[in-house]
Design a binder for this molecule. Sequence first.
Ligand code: ATP
Length: 482
Amino acid sequence: MSNLDSLDKIVSLAKSRGFIFQSSEIYGGLSAVYDYGPLGVELKRNIRNAWWKEMTQRHDNIVGVDAAIFMHPKVWEASGHVGGFNDPMIDDKQSKKRYRADMLIEQFIAKLNKDGKGEKAEEIQQLLDTSGTRKSLTEDLYDIIIENEIKSPDSGAFDWTEVRQFNLMFKTQFGATSSEEDGVYLRPETAQGIFVNYKNVLDTSRVSVPFGIAQTGKAFRNEVVARQFVFRMREFEQMEMQYFVEPGTDKNAYEEWLQKRLNWHKSIGIREENLRTAPHPQDKLAHYARAAADIQYKYPIGWQEVEGIHNRSDFDLTQHQEFSGKKLDYFDQKNQKRYIPYVIETSVGLDRLTLMVLCDAYREEEVDGDNRTVLKLDPRLAPVQVGVLPLIKKPELQELAYKIDKDLREDFSVQYDEAGSIGKRYRRLDEAGTPFCITVDFDGLEDSTVTIRHRDDMSQKRISVDKVADVIKTEMKNWKAN
Ligand code: ATP
């Protein structure tokens, strides 16, 4: 079970503790764009590093690239984004709010079902499933909305514009002159930077099929419905790996990666009962996909996709071969044959992942009649791993605390804190998700010991000063989600 029934508490903790801020907040904010603060940047970096290690360091046949955000405009024609990366939108003329036409109809169907009007719901569902076959997609959706008098959810009005296709790519000018030809897009996904470098990697690295290319980086989508904190942003970060395989072996590779990726989410401390895989039905697949599944997390807003695993067939490389005129096939030297590899894609959003990690770690607990908020983060991901605290502000204690602080900084991210009562300091570090606190007191000055206090169960034990780093390392390794 999620510990939260809405995103509100996470949004407010994220802001008050410096994980995530609204972009340009002093100017009133920019919608669906967010900045990471001091704790957020560390958490996000640790998650990114954990992913990178899993996908590259642990595999001898996966290498990385870092492609530019700007790409040749032809890339997006070849990929299908210029022609097809659209959502059908409709505007409420009175409130000026914009809705995704298909989602509006789906909501209406859900309401009919709730009101016991299953037959009508089924009839409209049928029309929705076959939209695009009577007139055009936009006209069919418009007809459903008008004929069923579907009203605007915010104003209650029935005063709609036409349904229009709305491309999700941001376009900007490139270079000093501005002709139509100079227009470039901000990439809406990182995957294409991998496909256009596939030949470069093949020619310069010692890889052969099957092999993978991994990349992390920013992507941009002009999302219309963007009201769910960092779940759906207009500027976000993706972490993608494209795995190139021989046709015929793609089905196995797909199943294998789906399982591997699900296991990875568990390995970073996400509780099993909050994760599931959801295969896409065959008739709902994108035209190029042979199979696809979401890895979903039980967010406070419901079960939602955090990662997508797709069998993309040879669609992308074939398209780029055709549009660029460059050969992108692979020569298998052992079996003396040529083919265009199939691609298994694993694609996860770093911001959605960060939100998942925060939601899963969040707890409110009652302690001695008091409440504490604690983030039970995997210690490897925690933005501050160790708090170093002199019991009180006395030079003798400070001196030893400074020394411990300095030594630990070589291996861990450390925060020194001497402000306020010890209880208050523990609570502050609980909220930041700090798994260990090292407290220096007068007894310890006598026998060279300190107290290690554990975030999860608040237990404490005395350890020798020269063992602090070792103890933390061992306990970090043995940590289990709880
Ligand atoms: P959705 O259906 O939720 O819009 P999608 O199917 O369009 O997602 P993909 O194109 O498969 O998503 O992108 C891969 C991953 O990138 C998603 O699983 C998600 O984690 C992340 N992602 C996609 N769009 C956004 C966004 N607007 N904000 C944050 N993360 C995103």
